[in-house]
Design a protein around this ligand. Structure first.
Ligand SMILES: [Mg+2]
Length: 240
């Protein structure tokens, strides 16, 4: 019998990290009231995630690179995530990190915690010579306005219909993507969304919870796929 392939997709900000680093950067370097308003517009679906980041970059004004580096260095991750990556390695579970945040700080955080080998997809953030921030969106898809880095496309590209897919997330940019996966681990906004939409999920507060639940699932004789996720995948293929 073919070994079960389990593919894991994890959000970065607020899921792997304790704080949403993208938001924290703009709250620190931008005008906090304007930042709040822009983020609320995103949460109320008045603007897309791409528009949101562009407006936030505008409102940050000029940023000192050393100050920004120091700030990012104060950020922390859920410490149980490190053991979780080891658990995935040991069990041949492929993990891909999908972030609607930026490579600039993800690289720094992975370096800080010696997690440089992890595969991830995100948006790009550059500091221009004049100190202005500018964002790039190499994985943008206009069909997915809630995430400038189209997480759904990465999930479809990195898994087959036979694989069991797992999504771990907490926020707005995970709402669409999670629906394409068989097992959803959710907290905060994503958990509220799943409850409201009657999408089944496992609540979690740390990666230790995720790991324990995955062990349980992996030991099951018959692991069932989520029918709604299969339908979503099918409709994505048909739309292409
Ligand atoms: Mg998040």
């Amino acid at each position: 019998m073919k070994k079960r392939e389990i593919k894991i997709f994890a959000d970065f900000d607020g899921t792997i990290t304790l704080q949403d680093i993208g938001e924290a950067i703009f709250n620190k370097f931008g005008d906090a009231r304007k930042v709040d308003k822009i983020i609320n517009n995103l949460l109320e679906n008045k603007i897309s995630s791409k528009q949101c980041w562009d407006e936030l970059c505008d409102c940050a004004g000029t940023v000192d690179l050393n100050e920004l580096n120091d700030f990012v260095n104060t950020m922390e991750i859920d410490e149980t995530f490190i053991a979780f990556t080891e658990f995935c390695d040991k069990n041949d579970l492929e993990m891909v990190v999908l972030s609607d945040g930026f490579d600039f700080y993800i690289d720094k955080i992975f370096e800080k915690y010696r997690l440089e080998g992890l595969k991830y997809y995100s948006n790009n953030l550059k500091i221009e010579e004049n100190g202005r921030l500018s964002a790039g969106y190499p994985h943008y898809d206009a069909d997915s306005p809630s995430s400038a880095n189209c997480k759904r496309n990465h999930i479809i590209n990195h898994s087959s219909d036979e694989d069991y897919t797992v999504y771990i997330g907490d926020g707005n940019s995970d709402k669409e993507a999670a629906q394409y996966c068989d097992f959803i681990f959710a907290k905060k906004d994503l958990a509220r969304f799943c409850s409201m939409e009657r999408i089944s999920f496992y609540p979690f507060s740390s990666f230790e919870d995720v790991q324990n639940k995955l062990i349980e699932l992996m030991n099951k004789k018959n692991l069932r796929k989520r029918h709604q996720a299969q339908l979503k995948r099918k409709s994505a293929y048909l739309a292409e």
